[in-house]
Design a protein around this ligand. Sequence first.
Ligand code: GTP
Length: 366
Amino acid sequence: KRKHRMDLLPDQLVRKSIKHGFCFNILCIGETGIGKSALMSSLFNTNFDNSPSTHFLSSVRLRTQTYELQESNVLLKLTIVKTLGFGDQVNKADSYQPIVDYVDAQFEAYLEEELKVIRSLFSYHDTRIHVCLYFISPTGRSLKTIDLLTMRNLDSKVNIIPVIGKADSISKTELQEFKKKIMSELVSNGIRIYQFPTDDETVSGINTMTNGYLPFAVVGSMEKVKVGNKMVRARQYPWGIVKVENESHCDTIKLRRMLCTNMEDLREKTRAYYESYRCCRLEKLGCRDIGPENKSISLQEVVEAKRLEFCLEKEEKEKKIKQQFMQKVNKKAAVLEEAEQQANTHKQEIMSYEEQLRDLGLFSLK
Ligand code: GTP
């Protein structure tokens, strides 16, 4: 019996997305030298370009780098965006603004593509941020104002996963206390961080456990060290070795596992953040699904209303320009008239002077 064509659909979709690959965009926020690049290289087991940034930038900037990674036969287009100069300015009150602007700009670019008459969303390079790793300094004390401000301004736009950077510099007992403190501060400040989903029963067990590890205590390294007869990613100290991929040394491997298993959920939640951005933007442009008397408004009506508004505005502008032009012309005419009158007066004066001279019989000017 011939197979129903619809049965081929899922395979076809899987093959298509494998062939075209998919993109995943990570934003790393953290002060200069907190270990953002080392963690990225450790997570994807690839040494990405890493040039240290200066401490003397007058404002926070963002650096974007895109890589194509091939894992078995799946192509991953990975974009890593990291902050430069975060926390280095004397006045840190506005440090979050360039980051918020960046996140919004990616939504805006997507919206523009979506609103084009001829859209190519399938081949469009989607740069919307799927996850934001927020690096907390391993002080063992509390979150800084800049941390609270930045996370609060981003939590409605992006999935935030807080991580404690350079976690090898803090002792085991202090780390547990620090983690608890951070979580309670986030709750008391009303900051929403990403929660690994627990509604799907295949992952609910592991995700509930993982939510309990937040914020992840991460360690990164650009180097591999020989342990036994194996080369492992690690940090070597005079007293021993911290292995990046050892779960009893740090949570880096947990973070990697969770990012991989929840990639689709992160992408889906990003779409939800985008939806609310889109909704706000379109509302500002005057588009509404429901009219004043709870009447549904069609897109055609909105476009027609906008067209009318535009025509009226254009007419008004033209009228104003015409008025301004006429005013200028009238002013010029008045000036010319005055000049002509003056010229006439002068002519008459000359004529009477000539007459006087002639009467005196002195000489003629002609
Ligand atoms: P900028 O781009 O300059 O802001 O730095 P970054 O945040 O990307 O930090 P990077 O990964 O370049 O690391 C800065 C320094 O910290 C390097 O000397 C790293 O070796 C070191 N480092 C990175 N990760 C860790 C870590 O987990 N623990 C420790 N102790 N040091 C680390």
